[in-house]
Write a protein that binds this ligand. Structure first.
Ligand code: ZN
Ligand code: MN
Length: 477
C-alpha cells in the first residue's frame, strides 16, 4: 500500500491595526459601527478622488517583513487587481503584484518531536481590504466599512506536511503578529484570514500533484478540520483510481463539510496594471533602520534564551513566551526575586496564568506586578506565610493593588509558628472530637490529616501545617 504525504501551502491575509485606513483617513476599525457609517469618497470609490498612502501601514508591514526574515525592497509599486464583486465599489483592488514590499522570508515552527519545520514565504505585499456582503431574509446586503482597511498578504511555499502543521503555522503567526503589535490577529473577527492549498503525493516524492484550494476557514480548528477532511478525500479519490481536479472548495463550519465553489480563476483574469494614482514606494535605509529600531527580540529567540539563561524546560519556555507581556513579566519577576527561576515559572504557570485565563487579561493588565509576585515568594521562603496564604495573597494583591506585606500585616496573615499557640488549639480539637480520637487510637491513623485540617480551620489557615501535625501526633501517642 502506498503511503501518502500532504503538501500544503497557506495564503494569509492580515489586517494591520493602524488607526486609519490605507488610503484615506477613515478609521480602520469599524467592528462596532453600523453598516456603511465609516466610509468616505476615497474608500467607497467615488470618481475624482485620489488615494494617499498611510505611512503607518508601511511601517507595520516593514516590521512584520523583518520578523519574517524577508528582504525589504527599496522600491515597490502598487497595482490594480481588476475584478467585479459587489463588495468592491471601485471595480478593482489596489494591491501589489510584481514589485511587492518584501521578498523571501520564513517562519520556523518548533514541532512536538523536537525538530523544526521551516515554512518559506515567496513574498509579502500590502493591499486594501474589500467590504462585506451578507444574506439576510433573501436579500444581499453590502457593508463598505471594511473597504480600505490595510492588509498584508503572505503566501507560503508548499512546505507544510499535515493539517496539524498548518494549524501550528497559524498559531505561530498569530503569536508573532500580536508580539510585534501589528495586528490584533483575531480570526473570529477576520483580522487573520487563511485559504489553504492542499495536494497529496506518495511519501518522499519530490513532485507536486494538482491541488485544491479551501476557502472560508475562519478559525484555527476549522483550518485543521477542513485540511484533514480534504487530505482524506484526496487519498480516497486516488486509491479509487480517479484524478484530483483543481477545485475551489468552501468549508461549511456548521456541517463540517467541504463544498465545491467554482473552478479556479488564473492570475491573467485580473488584468493587473500599475496604479496610476500612487507613486512608487521608496523605503530608504534611514527610514527602514528607523523602523527596525523597534524590532523586539522574537518569540522563538526568547524561548531559546529562556531555556539557556534560566535553565527552563522547553515546555515552560514555550508557555511563558506565548505572549510578549507574559515573557516580560516572567523576566521582571525573576530579577526582583533573585532566587530559582524555575520556582517563579511554576508559580506563573500554575497561578498567575490561571488568573489571566479566568479574567481574559494579559500579564500587562494585572494589578499584581512582577515585584509583588517576587515579594510573595520571599515571604513564603522566609516562613512568614504558608503556601495557602500565598495563593490567596495573589488574588488579594491583584484586587487591591496593595503591597503583599501590607495585606499580611493588615489581615494578620503571618504564619503562626508559635509552638504554644498551636498546641493550645490542637488540644482543643482533640477534646472536642473524642470519637475521632478513639478511632485514631484504634488504628485509623489516616485521620491525622483531618485533625490537621480542623486545626488549620480554627486558626484561619495561618498555622504551620507541618508543626500542627507534629504536635497532634505527639498528643495522640
Ligand atoms: Zn475612507
Ligand atoms: Mn489578496
Amino acid at each position: 500500500m502506498t503511503e501518502y504525504e500532504a503538501v500544503i501551502g497557506l495564503e494569509t491575509h492580515i489586517q494591520l491595526n493602524t488607526t486609519t485606513k490605507i488610503f484615506c483617513s477613515c478609521k480602520a476599525d469599524s467592528w462596532f459601527d453600523p453598516p456603511n457609517s465609516n466610509i468616505c469618497p476615497v474608500c467607497s470609490g467615488l470618481p475624482g478622488v485620489l488615494p494617499v498612502l498611510n505611512r503607518a501601514v508601511v511601517e507595520k508591514a516593514v516590521l512584520l517583513a523583518a520578523a519574517m526574515h524577508a528582504e525589504i525592497q527599496t522600491e515597490s509599486c502598487f497595482d490594480r487587481k481588476n475584478y467585479f464583486y459587489p463588495d468592491l465599489p471601485k471595480g478593482y483592488q489596489i494591491s501589489q503584484y510584481d514589485k511587492p514590499l518584501a521578498r523571501g522570508g520564513y517562519l520556523d515552527l518548533p514541532l512536538s518531536d523536537g525538530s523544526c519545520r521551516r515554512v518559506r514565504i515567496h513574498k509579502l505585499h500590502v493591499e486594501e481590504d474589500a467590504g462585506k456582503t451578507k444574506n439576510e431574509r433573501g436579500r444581499r446586503l453590502i457593508d463598505f466599512n471594511r473597504c480600505g482597511v490595510p492588509l498584508v498578504e503572505m503566501v507560503t511555499a508548499p512546505d507544510l506536511r499535515s493539517a496539524d502543521e498548518a494549524a501550528q503555522y497559524l498559531i505561530r503567526l498569530r503569536q508573532l503578529l500580536r508580539w510585534l503589535g501589528v495586528s490584533e490577529a483575531d480570526m473570529e473577527k477576520a483580522h487573520l484570514r487563511c485559504d489553504a492549498n492542499v495536494s497529496i503525493r506518495p511519501k518522499g516524492a519530490d513532485y507536486l500533484n494538482p491541488k485544491t484550494e479551501i476557502k472560508n476557514v475562519n478559525s484555527i480548528d476549522a483550518v485543521r478540520d477542513a485540511i484533514a477532511k480534504e487530505i482524506e478525500r484526496q487519498i480516497r479519490e486516488v486509491e479509487a483510481g480517479r484524478r484530483i481536479e483543481a477545485w475551489t472548495l468552501e468549508w461549511d463550519e456548521d456541517s463540517g463539510k467541504l463544498r465545491k465553489m467554482r473552478s479556479k480563476e488564473t492570475e491573467a483574469d485580473y488584468r493587473y496594471f500599475r496604479e496610476p494614482d500612487l507613486l512608487t514606494l521608496h523605503i530608504d535605509d534611514a527610514w527602514k533602520n528607523g523602523i527596525l529600531k523597534n524590532l523586539p527580540e522574537l518569540p522563538l529567540e526568547r524561548r531559546q534564551r529562556f531555556m539557556e539563561q534560566y535553565g527552563l524546560p522547553e515546555y515552560d519556555a514555550d508557555l511563558l513566551t506565548g505572549e510578549r507581556s507574559l515573557s516580560e513579566y516572567f523576566e521582571s519577576a525573576v530579577k526582583a526575586y533573585g532566587g530559582d527561576p524555575k520556582r517563579v515559572s511554576n508559580w506563573m504557570m500554575n497561578d498567575v496564568m490561571r488568573m489571566l485565563n479566568e479574567s481574559s487579561r494579559t500579564a500587562a493588565q494585572l494589578q499584581l506586578t512582577p515585584e509583588h509576585l517576587a515579594e510573595i515568594l520571599k515571604l513564603l521562603d522566609s516562613g512568614t506565610i504558608n503556601t495557602s496564604t500565598a495563593k490567596g495573597l495573589l488574588e488579594k494583591v491583584d484586587a487591591s493593588g496593595k503591597a503583599p506585606a501590607t495585606i499580611v500585616a493588615e489581615e494578620g496573615l503571618a504564619k503562626v509558628s508559635d509552638d504554644s499557640a498551636i498546641r493550645r488549639v490542637c488540644e482543643e480539637v482533640l477534646t472536642e472530637n473524642p470519637k475521632e480520637v478513639q478511632s485514631y487510637k484504634g488504628g485509623k491513623v489516616t485521620l491525622i490529616g483531618w485533625f490537621v485540617g480542623q486545626v488549620m480551620r480554627k486558626m484561619g489557615g495561618k498555622a504551620d501545617p507541618s508543626l500542627a501535625r507534629q504536635i497532634l501526633e505527639e498528643l495522640l501517642r
